[in-house]
Design a protein around this ligand. Structure first.
Ligand code: NDP
Length: 341
C-alpha cells in the first residue's frame, strides 16, 4: 500500500496557532471508485481565512472539525481517473486540503491550462486572491481616474493586485505594508505611487502626507491600528470594500482604539461613506470577466505578482503561523510535489 501524508486539525488554537494545533500524519493513498479520480497535490495555497476555519466561532463558513484534514485549495495532478472528462496527467484546481493525495468526484474542480501561465498562479493572481482583488475593487471600490486608492497588506496576494488594477484604471495607488523591503517592492516593482510602513512610528502622519487629496477608496485587508490611521483621511463619498481583518484573526479580545461606534456611524453619515463587507464568492458571476481581464493584463506585462514558496507539506503549519505574523512576502504557497514525479 502506498503511503501519503496529511495534516489534520488537532486542537482549536487560542490566540496565535501553535504548530501542535496541526498534526502531520501518514495516510494510505486511496483508490478511486467508479465516478472518481485520484489527485496528487502539487501546490497547496495557504490563506488567512484558514485561521477562521480553525475556530468554531460563528462565521460565514463551517469550521474544520477536530481530527479532520485542514481545508485548502490545491493545484493537483490527476493520477488515475474513472471520471469522464479527466485523464491522468491533467492539472486541476481542487479543494483537496492539506494532504498529498485526495479522491475527487469533480465537484468544485476545474482544469487548468498550463499554457496560459505557471500552474501555481491558479492559487494566486489568477485564483481566489486575484478574484477577490478584482471584484472587491470593481464592484465596491469603483475607482475613477484621478482618485486615490489606499490598500493595506499591499505586497500580498490580494493587495498587490488591488493597487495595480487601480493604476490601470487611472487612479493613484497608495499601499500600506509591513517593513521597508515590502514598501520598496510595492513602489519599485508594482508601480504604486507611494507605500507607507505600518510598522514604523507615525503611520497616520506618513499616510496623510502620502494622500494629500484624501482617500477615495480604502480596500480594507487589515483592520485595527491600520484602519484607525486611514479612517480620518476618507473623503466624502469614499468607498470601503471590507475584505479582511487580518490584524484581529488571532485576537482573543478586540484591540483598543480611538474610534467609538457612535463617532464612526456619525462620520459615515456626514461624509456619506459606503462600507461593504464581501466574500469573494458573492461575486462568482464575475469569474469569466476576472480571468479574461487579469490574464490579458498579465500577458501584456501590466500586472506583476510575487510568490513566497515553502517546500514540503510538513512545513505548512509553521508557514501559516508566519502568514498571520506578516512573515510571508507575496502569495504564500507550499510546493508539495513536482508534476509527473
Ligand atoms: P497576504 O498575502 O497579504 O498575507 C497576509 C499579510 O497580512 C501579511 O503578509 C502581512 O503583511 C499582513 N498582516 C498580517 N498580520 C498583520 C497585522 N497584525 N497588521 C497588519 N498587517 C498584517 O494575504 P492575502 O492577500 O491572501 O489576504 C489579504 C487579506 O484579504 C486578508 O485579510 C484576508 O483574510 C483577506 N481575504 C478576503 C477574502 C474575501 O473573500 N473577503 C478572500 C481572500 C482574502 P504586512 O507585512 O504588509 O503587514
Amino acid at each position: 500500500m502506498t503511503t501519503g501524508v496529511r495534516i489534520i486539525l488537532a486542537s482549536r488554537p487560542v490566540g496565535e496557532p501553535k504548530e501542535s494545533d496541526l498534526r502531520v500524519e501518514p495516510m494510505p493513498v486511496p483508490v478511486p471508485a467508479p465516478g472518481e479520480m485520484l489527485l496528487r497535490t502539487l501546490w497547496l495555497s495557504l490563506d488567512p481565512y484558514m485561521r477562521g476555519r480553525m475556530s468554531d466561532a460563528p462565521s460565514y463558513a463551517a469550521p474544520v472539525q477536530i481530527g479532520q484534514v485542514m481545508e485548502g485549495r490545491t493545484v493537483s495532478e490527476v493520477i488515475a481517473s474513472n471520471l469522464d472528462g479527466y485523464a491522468p496527467g491533467d492539472i486541476v484546481l481542487s479543494p483537496s486540503g492539506w494532504q498529498t493525495h485526495a479522491i475527487s468526484q469533480g465537484k468544485l474542480t476545474r482544469k487548468i491550462d498550463p499554457s496560459i501561465a505557471p500552474i501555481s498562479t491558479a492559487l494566486g493572481v489568477l485564483g481566489m486572491p486575484g478574484m477577490t482583488a478584482y471584484t472587491g475593487l470593481s464592484e465596491i471600490g469603483q475607482p475613477k481616474a484621478g482618485e486615490t486608492v489606499v490598500v493595506s497588506a499591499a505586497s500580498g496576494a490580494v493587495g498587490s493586485l488591488v493597487g495595480q488594477i487601480a493604476k490601470i484604471k487611472g487612479a493613484r495607488a497608495v499601499g500600506i505594508a509591513g517593513g521597508p523591503a515590502k514598501c520598496r517592492y510595492v513602489v519599485d516593482e508594482l508601480g504604486f505611487d507611494a507605500c507607507v510602513d505600518h510598522r514604523a512610528s507615525d503611520l497616520a502622519e506618513k499616510l496623510k502626507a502620502a494622500c494629500p487629496g484624501g482617500v477615495d477608496v480604502y480596500f480594507e485587508n487589515v483592520g485595527g491600528a491600520v484602519f484607525e490611521a486611514v479612517f480620518p483621511l476618507l473623503n466624502s463619498f469614499a468607498r470601503v470594500p471590507v475584505c479582511g481583518q487580518i490584524a484581529t484573526y488571532n485576537a482573543t479580545e478586540w484591540p483598543a482604539g480611538e474610534l467609538r461606534v457612535s463617532k464612526l456611524t456619525r462620520d459615515i453619515l456626514t461624509k456619506r461613506l459606503t462600507f461593504r463587507g464581501f466574500i469573494v464568492s458573492d461575486f462568482a458571476a464575475r469569474q469569466a470577466d476576472f480571468l479574461r481581464d487579469v490574464s490579458t493584463w498579465l500577458r501584456e506585462g501590466r500586472i506583476r505578482y510575487r510568490e513566497d514558496i515553502v517546500d514540503g507539506l510538513e512545513k505548512a503549519p509553521r508557514a501559516l503561523i508566519g502568514l498571520l505574523r506578516g512573515e510571508n512576502f507575496g502569495k504564500l504557497l507550499v510546493r508539495v510535489a513536482a508534476p509527473g514525479a
